[in-house]
Design a protein. Structure first.
Length: 341
């Protein structure tokens, strides 16, 4: 969530954790100690909060000492889910009951020692991770994806699990938490609860990483029409931006194309080429302006940086040509993240 600072009224992304008696917030998801804690006993919550006319999906938590804390969600459903759970926690405290939120981790009994975020990064390793393939099924070609069997095989070979049954539990959790996405009718039906398990250990069940360049090409023997699912939406905005690389942290000019359905921001080599170099999945993301970052000299960024934090906690830093252009990109991405699939 975005959280308003108490001193300078700036909004910063925080990793927020709801406990049975309070809310802890961290600077990063991987941090061991929280930056602060808001006790819920005697608190009240107000949503929708209209204190900030230019910010959507804000809710206000007023602590027992009448101190206000403001949070901004990425989209309507996320805000309402937070508000509902916090209200339930406050009612449980007032009624002397223990608050328990049904979570994916508890429902499939995933060991607490498993770090899904670290496992996801290992799975995406270009050399030792799961290989992205071009697969064909039902007159469709699935690009940058892999089979359910490949996922379980990889988990076994990396000693992450003891057997394939454990692998199904772990893969189902990765799927439920958004680290894997279903591609194709079989895997989508299973993820929606139409199978015995949310994840399928099958060679004809396809999956992909949410921030990969996945797209599906459909073809027909009659007219050989090609349809790319990921490119069917309307182009909302396009233009060149500087993008920071994840590994070398160097900045490169990329052409970006923002589409509204599905909610993807594709980036290309500005020199040409029809195939994207990659894509950022925007559904559920947080996008915000940033004034400085540790890996850049302040004179280099000139206060025109913005950051996209995906639903899977992957950070992308981009630089616009002007503050006006940065604002336009942020507004466009925020709109698509709320309405796109």
């Amino acid at each position: 969530l975005l959280m308003q600072g108490s001193m300078f009224n700036t909004w910063k992304p925080m990793w927020v954790v709801l406990l049975e008696d309070g809310i802890e917030f961290y600077k990063r998801k991987a941090d061991n100690s929280p930056k602060g804690m808001i006790p819920l006993k005697g608190s009240s919550i107000n949503s929708p909060c209209q204190d900030f006319g230019k910010r959507m999906f804000v809710f206000k938590l007023t602590a027992a000492k009448q101190q206000d804390h403001f949070f901004q969600a990425a989209y309507l459903e996320e805000r309402d889910a937070w508000v509902q759970d916090i209200k339930k926690a406050i009612r449980c405290i007032d009624g002397g009951q223990r608050f328990a939120r049904k979570s994916t981790r508890k429902s499939i009994r995933l060991p607490e020692t498993i770090n899904l975020s670290a496992l996801y990064l290992s799975m995406k390793d270009p050399e030792k991770g799961i290989k992205e393939l071009k697969l064909e099924k039902d007159k469709k070609v699935f690009n940058h994806c892999f089979t359910g069997t490949c996922v379980i095989d990889w988990l076994v070979s990396s000693n992450s699990i003891r057997n394939r049954r454990e692998g199904l539990m772990l893969a189902s959790s990765l799927l439920s938490e958004g680290y894997l996405q279903p591609a194709g009718d079989a895997s989508k039906a299973a993820a929606e609860g139409l199978s015995d398990t949310p994840f399928l250990d099958l060679s004809d069940a396809y999956y992909y990483f949410p921030d990969s360049g996945f797209f599906c090409e459909g073809y027909s023997s009659d007219d050989d029409v090609v349809m790319k699912e990921e490119f069917r939406g309307t182009i909302v905005k396009q233009g060149c931006l500087l993008k920071q690389g994840h590994r070398r942290k160097n900045w490169k000019v990329r052409k970006f194309v923002l589409r509204d359905d599905p909610a993807y921001l594709h980036y290309y080599d500005p020199a040409g080429g029809e195939e994207p170099l990659g894509a950022i999945h925007l559904r559920g993301c947080v996008v915000t302006a940033v004034e400085d970052m540790p890996d850049s000299k302040k004179c280099d960024v000139d206060n025109i940086l913005f950051e996209i934090i995906t639903a899977n906690d992957i950070h992308y830093y981009l630089q616009a040509a002007s503050s006006t252009e940065r604002t336009e990109w942020i507004k466009a991405i925020q709109a698509v993240s709320r309405t796109g699939k």
